[in-house]
Write a new protein. Structure first.
Length: 145
């Protein structure tokens, strides 16, 4: 059971790592107003998030079966609690994965916040341009727009 648990956590770590990479690409795409790349990256992010949800469901099912817990108990069980009840190499691996997951989550949250700000700025800029172009009272270089 512990081997399966570690495999699921490793898979989750790989997907989180790819989500961080995708968020970085999205960041650059937003800075460059590269709409086709934004759409492509967003699609890949959705696929990765779907797979992450599947793995989370597998992880919960495994914990419920392994530790004989209810779904609610399994869902609220912290990784550090499992780590403290292990020993040897399994404990070391879980500890490393826990640290990686925590670090990746922090980085992903930071990038997602920055990307939200960039997307909102882009939306605001486009909205202002459309408003200026659509208004009868605006003139640019003495040419009525």
């Amino acid at each position: 059971m512990i081997r399966n648990f570690i495999e699921i956590l490793s898979d989750q770590t790989r997907i989180l790592n790819s989500l961080v990479t995708l968020a970085s690409v999205l960041h650059k795409s937003l800075l460059n107003y590269d709409t086709p790349m934004v759409e492509k990256v967003t699609s890949k992010q959705e696929d990765a998030m779907a797979r992450l949800s599947e793995l989370e469901e597998e992880r919960l099912e495994l914990i419920m079966k392994w530790l004989k817990l209810s779904r609610m108990e399994a869902d609220s069980l912290r990784l550090s609690t499992i780590e403290h009840n292990l020993n040897g190499r399994a404990k070391e691996i879980i500890s490393e994965l826990k640290q990686k997951i925590s670090s990746l989550n922090t980085e992903l949250n930071k990038l997602n916040r920055e990307n939200r700000i960039l997307a909102n700025k882009a939306r605001y800029s486009v909205s202002n341009i459309l408003h200026m172009l659509g208004s009868d009272q605006n003139a640019m270089c003495n040419v009525k727009v």
